[in-house]
Design a protein. Structure first.
Ligand code: ATP
Length: 841
């Protein structure tokens, strides 16, 4: 039996067979998924310098013969570790679900039905359906091919596409024409493949492509904060040595062992207070939670660093059809040279018999309205097809019908006109008609026809045809409903919207005008682009926002020009050839519905609803997330200042060890509050009302700007003066009541911490507004309430004894609350003065 005669069972596998095969062959993955054990995770957390310090401190307590303090320390350490592990587990889970959502899919036939499945669930003997834009996920035999062309360069290095056939017995090459390979790309046509090998067994797997899989690099923010932590740790080490030395000298009347242990303890307290170990937690939690929230709003982030970049976007390059317009076309105008009915027939014959392109669907329904059925249009034999390419911008079909052989062609008018023998007068007339239609935003398609006597006369390429121009068709594709508002939102946010389209300039300009893109009459065409060098283009893109008649390859140059001008560029794309530009853009955006698998794989972001509004909302969220990270970093810095200074100053002032303001256990207690406050409360802060009226941030700017640093230092110093001042004064007045003094100071830090979150939630809005915005958020109340209840528990229950704290009377409690409020709320006056000054200027 020859390969051609083989009959395949087209019903596909049953669910039972799939289950058995999955058991036998496993998942279709190049590298099996690694599972990190819970124990390893805890070990990972324990490796952090902060925890090492904590453990050393508890050991010292045990050596000192104070197991009570040691145990309390260990309880707190367990608390902090639990928070960290839970957060890590949650972010891991979030990231995994995100990965799952954006994992590649493939259509298979199982149980006689077409089904979309995760590519990793493919098994040998599955029937997979492939079409243009699909990256093939497994090796297999081609059992059906229509115009199937595959780019196998990732395996063979051959740039030229390979036309696949269903039988290739004569060919002894290693790479077969009747076989498809994982990792290669369908550039044209469609087909059905009988899966043969999956995962590491495929040719792709065999040559070790898995080695190339990039590790998760730290994001730019992670690098920045990593550096910041190192600097803080360096300074902490220095001060730790200083404080230990001073304590050692101060305890001259103690025995040597005590002197050593006390000095180590005060050094450790300071080091713990100074290292802002919350930074990495903030970043992972904020970025992954941000990505998760975006996914719920139909915007799937594929790479975590993109969440950071989103807020810095200054140029948004979008295609017209489907992004700015609704991608639903209707024929609303026609112009014909002969009878209109003839033009209808020819344009109908130039369409695919079963089209998925909305334009072709619109043309066929226009034919239907003219009583020309599909049955009538496609009743002949299709002898040949001139495929549509982005370069040609036209396509055609050769039909053998009762009346003879007809070549029906449709496409961009300027391309079709070139193939027609028109007089100058006729050309002027046609161009007038084209202008009339395009200037109201219609897409104009020209229709041409050629009759030949026999098959031998059919030209082998479209360019060799000698056409008769039959007419023009104008198609309407209305702009999306909210697009005008969305573009205005971008303009207010300092983001330039740039339209890149394959359509003609006049149509593009008209649509741009309708949707409010500024300078809509400045246009650069694909031909202009070809004549420009990169420097000229860099200058031009500063004032031009419309690029027409471009091919996907031009997109790369346009993105490059913007990037060279220092812009942060986001770009949408859906085709196979858009992938390089999507990869090159700072944020490549693929369309979830109409985008090819390849474009999705190249993109940083997938729009699940293909909607322009979602892009703008995503940018807004990107800004919110970045600003919240910045607020959290500022907050951590601020709150560490009073803790660190208190741990530094008390020993320097020669205060005896038992009377010190903060012992290690108190620092851990504060860490227990700081961590959830910043990673939960600040992460949830809604966007400030004017967030989209600000210019995009400078992408090179540090997360901790000099302004935030200054603000944090001043705020931190004020809280320090308030808390340490209260502690010190209390200590002076009631020398034997070191515990009361400590409790007052600690209470001030804890209360001011709650208020600080609200005060610092905006640079312009008052804390009252932030409080109002989050008043219905139960998590917010849980954290705030938790801190207050926690404060009462450590002061008024027997726990206070374990923590070396004392009960405060009502007067003392009112005093500390008042001091805490003043120590933070003063910044509200700064905001009022600033906004008054801004309004005046
Ligand atoms: P955008 O880039 O804004 O999404 P587009 O994707 O519609 O625009 P292309 O699909 O590249 O742009 O089409 C460019 C031009 O090619 C169209 O303006 C039209 O003249 C021609 N064209 C597109 N599709 C077909 C088709 N199926 N048959 C004939 N001509 C076509």
């Amino acid at each position: 039996m020859t390969g051609q005669e083989k009959i395949y069972d087209m019903r596909g596998l049953t669910e039972e067979q799939v289950k058995l095969a999955q058991k036998k062959f496993g998942k279709n993955q190049l590298t099996p998924e690694k599972k990190e054990s819970f124990f390893l995770k805890i070990l990972e957390v324990l490796k952090e310098p902060m925890f090492l310090l904590l453990i050393v401190a508890s050991i010292i307590y045990f050596i000192l013969g104070e197991p009570k303090d040691g145990i309390i320390m260990l309880v707190f350490v367990t608390g902090v570790i639990s928070i960290d592990v839970i957060q890590e587990w949650k972010t891991d889970k979030t990231l995994k679900s995100l990965k799952n959502l954006s994992a590649p899919h493939i259509t298979v036939i199982r149980n006689s039905e077409e089904k979309l499945i995760h590519s990793e669930n493919l098994v040998p003997k599955d029937l997979m359906i492939i079409a243009e834009g699909v990256k093939i996920p497994a090796d297999g035999q081609v059992i059906k091919a229509s115009d199937l062309c595959i780019d196998e360069s990732s395996l063979t290095g051959e740039a030229e596409g390979v036309w696949k056939i269903i039988f290739d017995d004569e060919n002894n090459d290693y790479w077969k024409k009747d076989y498809c390979y994982a990792g290669t790309l369908v550039t044209q046509g469609s087909g059905i493949i009988l899966v043969d090998k999956i995962g590491a067994e495929t040719e792709y797997g065999k040559i070790g492509m898995n080695v190339i899989a990039a590790p998760d690099d730290p994001t730019p923010l992670q690098k920045q904060t990593g550096k910041l932590i190192k600097i803080c740790a360096g300074i902490a080490a220095l001060f730790c040595a200083l404080v230990s030395g001073i304590t050692f000298l101060n305890l001259i009347d103690h025995i040597l062992k005590d002197r050593i242990i006390e000095s180590i303890l005060s050094g450790i307290t300071l080091a713990m207070a100074m290292i802002p170990e919350e930074f990495p937690v903030i970043l992972t939690v904020f970025l992954s939670m941000g990505a998760w929230r975006l996914a719920k709003k139909k915007s799937l982030v594929r790479k975590l660093p993109s969440v950071e970049t989103l807020g810095a976007i200054s140029v948004l390059c979008v295609d017209k059809t489907g992004t700015i317009t609704i991608n639903k076309m209707t024929v609303v105008d026609t112009f014909s040279f002969g009878e209109e009915i003839r033009m209808c027939e020819v344009i109908g014959m130039a369409c695919e018999t079963d089209p998925y392109d909305p334009m072709e669907k619109a043309i066929l329904s226009y034919c239907e309205n003219k009583n020309i059925s599909k049955k009538y249009l496609f009743e002949g034999e299709l002898l040949a097809e001139y495929s549509f390419t982005n370069e040609l911008k036209m396509m055609g079909h050769v039909w053998e019908r009762k009346e003879g052989i007809i070549i029906a062609v449709k496409g961009a008018p300027e391309r079709i006109i070139k193939l027609c023998n028109l007089s100058e007068k006729e050309i002027i007339k046609v161009e007038e008609e084209i202008y009339k239609m395009s200037s109201v935003g219609l897409r104009v398609i020209a229709v041409g026809e050629m009759k030949v006597n026999n098959k031998e006369e059919v030209p082998d390429t479209l360019e060799k045809c000698n056409l008769e121009l039959v007419g023009l068709v104008g198609l309407e594709d209305p702009p999306r409903r909210d697009i005008k508002d969305d573009i205005q939102r971008c303009i207010n946010a300092g983001i330039r919207v740039v339209m890149i389209t394959g359509d003609n300039g006049v149509t593009a300009s008209s649509i741009a005008k309708q949707v409010g893109i500024p300078h809509s009459s400045n246009i650069i065409t694909g031909d202009d682009l070809n004549k420009m060098n990169d420097e000229e283009l860099m200058k031009k893109v500063k004032e031009v926002s419309i690029f027409s008649r471009v091919i996907p390859e031009h997109k790369m140059r346009i993105v490059k020009a913007f990037k060279n001008n220092g812009d942060i560029v986001a770009m949408t794309g859906d085709g196979v050839n858009d992938a390089p530009a999507l990869k090159y853009a700072d944020i490549g955006i693929a369309m979830g519905k109409r985008g090819s698998e390849v474009s999705k794989e190249a993109a940083d972001l997938i729009l699940l609803d293909d909607n322009f509004s979602t892009i703008v909302d995503t940018v807004k969220d990107g800004r919110r997330i970045y600003i919240n990270i910045r607020k959290a970093v500022g907050y951590v810095f601020t709150i560490h200042i009073p803790i660190a200074l208190a741990s530094l100053l008390a020993p320097i002032l020669g205060i005896s060890a038992s009377m010190l303001f903060l012992l290690p256990v108190h620092v851990v207690l504060l860490e227990l509050i700081i961590d959830p406050t910043c990673s939960i409360v600040l992460e949830r802060q809604p966007a400030e009302h004017d967030i989209m009226n600000r210019k995009p941030r400078d992408a090179k700017e540090n997360i901790l700007t000099s302004h935030i640093l200054m603000k944090s230092i001043i705020q931190g110093l004020v809280i320090f003066v308030a808390s340490f001042g209260a502690y010190y004064l209390c200590l002076q007045n009631t020398v034997d009541q070191g515990k009361t003094a400590r409790t007052m100071g600690l209470a001030i830090i804890m209360i001011s911490n709650i208020i600080l979150v609200h005060v610092n939630s905006s640079e312009t809005e008052l804390a009252y507004n932030s409080f109002k915005n989050t008043i219905k958020d139960p998590v917010m109340w849980a954290i705030t309430g938790g801190t207050i209840i926690g404060l009462f528990i450590i002061i008024y229950t027997p726990i206070s004894g374990f923590l070396n704290l004392a009960s405060l009377n009502v007067k003392q409690l009112l005093i500390v609350s008042g001091i805490a409020i003043i120590s933070v709320m003063w910044y509200e006056f700064v905001k009022i003065i600033k906004s008054y000054r801004d309004r005046k200027s």
